[in-house]
Every structure is written in C-alpha cells, then in structure tokens.
Ligand binder design. Structure first.
Ligand SMILES: *Cc1c(COP(=O)(O)O)cnc(C)c1O
Length: 369
C-alpha cells in the first residue's frame, strides 16, 4: 500500500505505535486473555487505566490539584448545553465570544437556559479573525471562548484576564501547546481532534467552581457526579479512554506539550509560508490569528481548486477539503501528523504551481495564433 497522509480535521490521525498497541489490546489486553472491549469497567485493571489517563492529563498540562479531571461522553457538543445547565441556570446571563460555527452552536444551546450576551463577533468577516477588544457583560455567570476554531482556521493565542469565570472549548488544540489551566474555571474538549478516538470528552474544572452550583442537576449532566465516581457513574467509554491514555503516553515519550508545540509551530509555519508564496493559493485566516492546527486556504479559482484536489488525492493526501459550509481547503496538522507529511504537501503545491504556470503561457500562445 502506498503512503497515505491523513490531514483530516477529525477524528484525527493517531500515532502508529498507539494504533499498534490499541489493536493488540483489542485481541488480548495486558495478557489478561480478554479484549479491552470486553473487560469490566469496574475491574481494578481498568480503574488503573482511568487513573493513569488522569495522571497524564495532569502532568502534561500541569493541572493544579484544585482542579478535577473528568472523562465524559456526548462529545464537545453535549458540553454546549451541560455548561449552561450547570452554571447559567438560575443566573441572569452568560457572555459568549462568537468566533465561528462551533461558538454559534454553543450560543444556541445556552439560550435555552438564560440570557446570552455576545460580547463580540467576527461574523462580519466570515470568522477569519479573533475579536480582541471585548468585555464580558457585568455579572455574567461565565465568559465562553473557543480556543481554536476548527472550521475557520483561527486560534486564540492570548486569553482575557477577567474576574468573570472563563469556560473554554479547547476541542481542537488541547495538548498542542502550553496553556495555563488556572486561567480557566472549566475547559472541555471532545477527544477526537487531538487526544484520541471519538467517544470521550475531557473536562478540566476548578473544584470551587463545580461546588458553586446550587440547584439540582440531572446526574448524567452533573460534573460533581463524575468527580465523585472516578468518571464511572455509569459505563464510561472504555476503549476511547484507553486509547487516549496510550496517546498521552506517546506524547509524554516524545517530550510532552513543550516539545510538540515547537513541532506544531514548525509544521504550520512551513505550510503557511508556502500558501503565502505560492501564486495558486491564498490563506483565508487573518495572519495574526492563524491556527496551527487547522490551516484554511483557497485556490485562485475553482478550476485550480478541483485540479489540486485531484492531484493531492492521487498522491495519497486525504482530508484536505474545507468544511462543507466553507469550501476551499482545510489541512489539519494535529500532533500525530509528522512534519514529513507537511513537507510532502508543500512539495506538491510547488509542483502544482509550476505545472499550472507552464499551462498558462501555452494557452496564451494558442490565443495569439
Ligand atoms: C469538533 C468540535 C466540536 C464538536 O465536537 P463533538 O465531539 O463532535 O461534539 C466542538 N467544538 C470544537 C472547537 C470542535 O472542533
């Protein structure tokens, strides 16, 4: 089989050693003679997996002891309603920064629970930047942010300092760079962008913030229920947690978040430089807010766009089409994607440009004739 480069936006590429260990565990996990898919989640062996995954999250992101690390289900989308269900209900309003399609979805859900104040929006420019001068509304229950806008290809590199609790959707850039957990009251992330396979959602929350909830919350939506039950109030997504653990072990083995951040800077810088240089393509996000995870760009025209799609897929490059409502190209450079894949793509873009430039003079010659 020839090499396949997976630039997909999610579920994400996972490191080969992780996939190998995971597939072995599906047959016979840890010499138990049982598949990881059929073990009891109440077994001490699996409890150790959950504990280890939590420890790795804590170590890699330097999570303070005053925070809980929880594993939930329902994807990041469930957090869109779980956050206001816990923290907005009974309060007046919450503030949201509208930076893209996923922020919009979070806003829509929050409106079911209270008043939503959109503190600023980049909708005016198709979400191609991050608004920087905004103030959360006075008395807000929290300010909700999206650190990386997976669809539009923008990323927040600084976060506001405010007395209002910060809640952040970090689905598509968690573990890709250093963050300061104590700047936030609650962080959530669907696993399948940079953490593991789909099925698990990571929540990191300040204990005092969780304890500030005074009204009754249904058990499955109550963060404290997960905290009090080692994330096993009901059957957890066993396999998804296990593979996330393997992936975090891999991340630790290559030097952790500090190291991967440098790699991610190198990969994205390489690709953006080519997009800016190449006369066939054009970046879509404001250069100051360009995401290192999801690189969005367009071709000069639609004909060129489809020609490049064809060429890329002929070279085993998959997952490079833009989100269905946006179009163009979106190339995702999650942690497990090796820099060689970016180098191969950049090389192909150069070849493509040469080919197109050669074709153009031919056309003009035939016109002259
Ligand atoms: C993918 C994504 C979501 C939705 O995640 P699900 O796990 O599919 O619900 C939400 N927010 C961001 C930033 C995402 O990238």
């Amino acid at each position: 089989m020839s090499k396949i480069y997976n630039f997909g936006a999610g579920p994400c590429i996972l490191p080969e050693p992780v996939l190998k260990k995971a597939s072995q565990a599906v047959i016979n996990w840890n010499g138990t003679g049982l598949s990881i898919l059929e073990i009891s989640h109440r077994s001490p062996d699996f409890e150790a997996v959950v504990q280890k995954t939590e420890n790795l999250v804590r170590e890699l992101l330097q999570v303070p002891d005053t925070y809980s690390v929880l594993f939930l289900q329902g994807g990041a989308s469930t957090q869109f309603s779980m956050v206001p269900l816990n923290f907005l209900q009974g309060k007046q309003r919450a503030s949201y920064l509208d930076t893209g399609v996923f922020a919009q979805k979070a806003i829509k859900e929050a409106r079911l629970f209270g008043e939503v104040e959109i503190v600023d929006s980049s909708r005016d420019k198709a979400y191609n930047y991050i608004p920087c001068r905004f103030e959360p509304a006075y008395g807000s229950a929290y300010l909700h942010l999206t650190s990386n806008n997976t669809i539009e290809g923008t990323e927040m590199f600084s976060f506001p300092k405010t007395a209002i609790p910060l809640v952040c959707d970090m689905s598509s850039d968690i573990f890709s760079r250093k963050i300061s957990v104590c700047d936030f009251e609650l962080i959530y992330a669907g696993a399948q962008k940079n953490l593991g396979p789909a099925g698990m959602t990571l929540v990191i929350a300040k204990n005092t913030y969780l304890d500030s909830v005074k009204h009754a919350v249904p058990s499955m939506s109550d963060y404290r229920v997960y905290r009090n039950n080692l994330s096993m109030f009901n059957t957890p997504p066993v396999f998804s947690i296990y593979v996330a653990m393997l992936n975090l072990e891999w991340l630790k083995s290559i030097g952790g978040v500090d190291e991967i951040e440098q790699v991610n800077i190198a990969k994205s810088t390489l690709l953006y430089a080519e997009i800016d240089r190449n006369t066939m393509f054009e970046g879509t996000a404001d250069p100051e807010h360009r995401s290192r995870m999801n690189i969005t760009f367009k071709a000069r025209d639609l004909e060129i766009e489809s020609a490049f799609f064809k060429m890329a897929s002929g070279h085993g490059m998959v997952g490079i089409s833009g989100y269905r409502s946006v179009g163009g190209f979106r190339v995702s450079l999650y942690n497990a994607l090796p820099i060689e894949a970016v180098e191969a793509l950049v090389e192909l873009m150069k070849v493509f440009e040469k080919q197109e430039l050669r074709a153009v003079p031919l056309v003009s010659k035939s016109i002259i004739k």
